[in-house]
Unconditional design. Structure first.
Length: 745
């Protein structure tokens, strides 16, 4: 037994197997025990694959395949046999999910047709074919179907970004198109007043061909030329309107497709999707003069259409109009920029350009995806660099204050789609970092499970920071999407069959070590303990992480529970390097918890101070009460014998009694028990006040109403306000108020 203990501890401390009693896990294909029930994801209904819906609003631009089939089934509930129809649709859903998992890629409509053809090829079930055909007729959405794989982060975010920008472009198109139409009307109206506008040829061209032989346009022109009319607009104004109209019609930021008032729309519109920060910055800088020109033209157009343009006042202003005069509201109308880059590329180029663009406050969003978050340390000492490189980008960006920041994983992107859409819609810089889960060394574990494990283990916790959500961190920052965010590590129940073939249940924590166990590159840090040697010297990792002092030679070895391909349970010892990584991971998670208001050390310190103050006040109150009780018998004995000045020493107890209780029927507060909660002073600051110890007392009973006194008593957290009797007998509703005050008398 002692030899086995020494062998276990030796591996934990050194990572070596001195006597060969411990086995390597390199060839065992192990995974965390909590993953045992998730071998075949195609048989489960979950959020993936998703449908990138065509021409949809941002909030509906991504839908899960599961939800789409549920909607189709709901539309067919009026069928004579809705249960049978639903079963048939579930069968088709599984077929499509399996096809996508196998690598098939197409639109939902095409995948539906192909899968339905395979299922009904035999022709032996007419009911199945009928159900799928009717379901196809009510299918209301279409778009590319995407699974949770290495390509998901880019495709998901780019699609949602395009939906956001399409909505922004519609607003921009409506605004500028409306200005173009109204300015064109101004020019046409002015031309109709001119001599040229009243010629016979112009009148003939402006009339329908049906009247060409019935009207004498020469005579009509002669009549109109003798009619007194309003004088045409000054040439200066007309020239200004023409110049503004040319700028508006020639802009290249959005198309005017469908806007009939705009002619000669440029075909070479600007591109806003880039593959490097440098490209985005170059494009933004090159287009900035045109942005200035267009914003200037919009401002002039609005003034002209309101007839408010005064050349003497506005010409100098618009002559000097430059980039420094652009406001956020101006830039927010224009399309935003999206830069997509992989973590590996960014690590080679460096992050300085990206951070510089984020810090400049430009309307540029970055999506950085990575497939590996536990790269081996470049130091070469066997340590795990689980937070190296670009995986720290999101935390760095949090310090920029006005940048939208989100860190997520591929498996959870659908769950946070609303927050993602809000971040992409907002004006200003943004950064979304995504771990795809497609780790190069995950073996047969799906990217969906690897991504979920990264979140569970706190290796890649999810969070978002939205500067537009509020004025403080409590409203801007959230850790809510993490499992059990209040805990150090998530703990789940595992049901299994023990060696005696009996049902058993245990609770397992999921730590960074469990996540690293999914990566074959770190197999050397694990050693399997043979099944018959699970002695008491082994402790779960989640307990060992909290060891008192890692420098002391341990008497136990930490282990994790893993399962093989046949779901047989194994206990696997880990070395100290993984324990060190797990402790670092926990420390960083606790820092994030504090940002999210969970176990905040400042709040806890304040709570301890308030608790100490409360205890001190309670002790002081107890001392007063004890002194009162001790003085009361002495005063009672002295009173019959000496009803003179000799009895005066007992008098000092009276003020303490009066301060505590007050005269019969008089309102009072047990001031020494006050917790300074501000409830009463918020109701009426003149009636209630704080003394030098910030404890409440009744300052002026006549400065408020009996209702306020009763409400203060009801809201007092420690029930120390006693309303007494009403001071004003004519106050409305006294009968009800006296009844409410009774419990506090």
């Amino acid at each position: 037994m002692e030899a086995e203990l020494q062998s276990h501890i030796a591996f934990h401390l050194t990572g070596t197997r001195p006597d060969g009693s411990l086995e390597s896990i390199a060839e065992l294909s192990l995974r965390p025990a909590l993953m045992a029930h998730y071998r075949d994801l195609t048989a489960l209904r979950h959020n993936y694959p998703v449908v990138l819906v065509t021409d949809a609003a941002p909030e509906a631009s991504v839908q899960s395949l599961t939800a789409v089939f549920d909607e189709v089934a709901a539309k067919l509930e009026i069928d004579p046999e809705p249960e049978r129809t639903t079963l048939h649709l579930r069968r088709l859903e599984r077929e499509i999910r399996a096809a996508v998992a196998a690598g098939e890629s197409d639109t939902l409509g095409a995948l539906w047709d192909a899968a339905a053809a395979r299922l009904t090829a035999a022709g032996d079930d007419p009911a199945l074919e009928d159900s799928l055909l009717r379901g196809r007729t009510v299918l209301s959405v279409d778009g590319e179907v995407v699974d949770c794989d290495a390509t998901l982060p880019q495709r998901f975010i780019v699609h949602m970004w395009r939906a956001v920008e399409a909505a922004r472009a519609r607003r921009f198109r409506a605004e500028v198109g409306g200005l173009v139409a109204r300015l064109s009307d101004v020019l046409r109206a002015d031309f109709s007043l001119s001599t040229q506008g009243r010629t016979a040829d112009h009148l003939r061209a402006s009339m329908a061909n049906a009247f060409a032989t019935e009207i004498d346009f020469g005579a009509l022109s002669g009549v109109l030329s003798t009619v007194s009319a309003r004088a045409p607009a000054p040439e200066g104004r007309l020239q200004r309107v023409r110049e503004v109209l040319a700028v508006l019609e020639g802009q290249r930021f959005v198309s005017f497709e469908g806007v009939s008032t705009v002619a000669n729309q440029p075909e070479d519109l600007y591109e806003y999707l880039f593959d490097s920060p440098a490209e985005a910055l170059e494009a933004y800088s090159a287009r900035l003069p045109e942005v200035v020109k267009l914003v200037r033209a919009i401002g002039i157009a609005r003034l002209e259409l309101r007839s408010d343009y005064v050349p003497e006042r506005h010409d100098p202003f618009f002559r000097e109009f430059g980039p420094q005069m652009l406001g956020d509201s101006d830039l927010a109308k224009f399309p935003g920029y999206l830069v997509r880059v992989s973590g590996a590329e960014l690590q080679q180029r460096g992050c300085s350009e990206l951070m510089e663009l984020l810090g400049a406050g430009l309307p540029v969003k970055f999506v950085v995806h990575t497939d590996d978050i536990i790269e081996p340390s470049s130091i070469g000492d066997g340590r795990v660099a689980f937070h190296a490189g670009t995986t720290q980008l999101a935390k760095m960006a949090l310090g920029l204050h006005d940048v939208f920041v989100m860190q997520t994983v591929g498996s959870h992107m659908f769950a946070v789609r609303e927050q993602l859409a809000a971040g992409l819609s907002g004006f200003g810089p943004g950064l979304v970092t995504v771990f795809s889960g497609a780790s190069p060394a995950a073996g047969g574990i799906s990217p969906y499970l690897v991504g979920a494990a990264a979140v569970e283990s706190r290796a890649f916790p999810m969070f978002w920071y939205d500067p537009t959500a509020g004025a403080d961190w409590a409203t801007r920052f959230s850790l809510a999407s993490n499992p059990q965010p209040e805990a150090d590590w998530p703990v789940h129940e595992l049901r299994y069959e023990d060696a005696a073939h009996q049902r058993a249940t245990t609770r397992l924590g999921f730590t960074l070590v469990d996540f690293i166990a999914c990566d074959s590159r770190y197999a050397a840090h694990f050693a399997r303990v043979p099944g018959g040697k699970w002695e008491a010297d082994l402790v779960p990792v989640i307990e060992a992480i909290e060891a008192e002092d890692a420098r002391v030679v341990p008497r136990t070895a930490p282990y994790v529970s893993l399962v093989d391909d046949q779901n047989r349970m194994h206990r696997v010892i880990i070395d100290e390097k993984l324990m060190h990584a797990a402790r670092r991971c926990l420390g960083q998670w606790r820092s994030l918890q504090e940002l999210g208001g969970i176990h905040n050390s400042y709040a806890q310190a304040l709570l301890e101070r308030e608790r100490a103050a409360w205890d001190a006040a309670q002790q002081a109150l107890g001392a007063v009460m004890t002194a009162e009780k001790a003085a009361a018998p002495a005063a009672a004995e002295a009173a019959p014998a000496a009803p003179t000045a000799a009895a005066q020493p007992a008098a000092p107890a009276a003020p303490a009694k009066a301060e505590l209780e007050g005269a019969p029927g008089e309102a009072y507060i047990e001031t020494m028990r006050c917790s300074s909660c501000d409830e009463c002073t918020t109701i009426n600051k003149k009636m209630f006040a704080y003394d030098e110890n910030k404890q409440a007392y009744i300052a002026d009973i006549k400065a408020g109403t009996y209702r306020q006194l009763v409400e203060a008593a009801e809201s007092c957290q420690v029930s120390i306000i006693h309303p007494g009797k009403p001071v004003n007998p004519d106050e409305q509703g006294l009968e009800e108020l006296i009844a409410r005050a009774a419990p506090f008398q």
